[in-house]
Design a protein around this ligand. Structure first.
Ligand code: HEM
Length: 137
C-alpha cells in the first residue's frame, strides 16, 4: 500500500471517533495498576488520534512522515473483531484522491490552519474538517 495513504491514515483520519463504553471488569493499561487503574463500571473511551501519536510506538509521533516504516497506526482499529469493514475501500478512495489531485497539480500550499467542526451525536463524537484553505499550482 502507498506510504502516502498509510501516513495520511495515521495523521488524520477524516473522523475522530471515540467510542464511549463501560469497563466490564477491573483493568489496567500496560499492566500497571499504578499508572492507569480502571474500575469495573467506569466509563472509558478510545481516542484513536492519541494512540496514533503514542511516543512509545512512534519515534516522532507528530511528524507527517510518508516514509515511516513500519507504520502501525490504529486509524481503522486495532485488528480485532470490530476492525473497520470499510478499511480497504477507504484506503482505495484516499489513494484515488491523491492520484487524481497529483495528476492536476504538483504544488499544494496550506494558506491557513484548518478549522474543524465537532459533531456530537452522543457516541461517537465526530471531528471533521470545516475549512481547509489551500493554493494549488
Ligand atoms: C478513512 C475512513 C475510515 C476510517 C478512519 C474508519 C475508522 C473506523 C474505526 C476506527 C472503526 C472501529 C474499529 C474497532 O473498533 O476496532 C471502524 C469500524 C467500522 N467501519 Fe470504518 N472507517 C473508515 C471508512 C469506512 C468505510 C468507507 C466504511 C464502509 C463503506 C466503513 C465501515 C465500517 C464498519 C461497518 C465498522 C464497524 C465494524 C464492526 O463493528 O464490526 N468504514 N471504522
Amino acid at each position: 500500500m502507498s506510504p502516502l495513504v498509510q501516513a495520511k491514515g495515521k495523521a488524520g483520519p477524516p473522523t475522530i471517533a471515540p467510542s464511549e463504553s463501560k469497563a466490564k471488569a477491573k483493568a489496567s493499561l500496560r499492566g500497571s495498576q499504578r499508572k492507569a487503574p480502571i474500575a469495573k463500571g467506569q466509563r472509558v473511551t478510545l481516542w484513536y488520534p492519541s494512540a496514533n501519536r503514542d511516543e512509545e510506538v512512534f519515534s516522532d509521533p507528530f511528524q507527517f512522515d510518508i516514509g515511516r516504516t513500519p507504520n502501525p497506526h490504529l486509524a481503522f482499529g486495532g485488528g480485532g473483531a470490530h476492525f473497520c469493514l470499510g478499511a480497504n475501500l477507504a484506503r482505495r478512495e484516499i489513494a484515488i484522491l491523491f492520484e487524481e489531485l497529483l495528476a492536476r497539480t504538483r504544488e499544494i500550499e496550506l494558506l491557513a490552519a484548518p478549522t474543524y467542526s465537532v459533531l456530537s451525536i452522543w457516541n461517537p463524537i465526530l471531528v471533521v474538517p470545516k475549512e481547509i484553505s489551500v493554493r494549488l499550482a
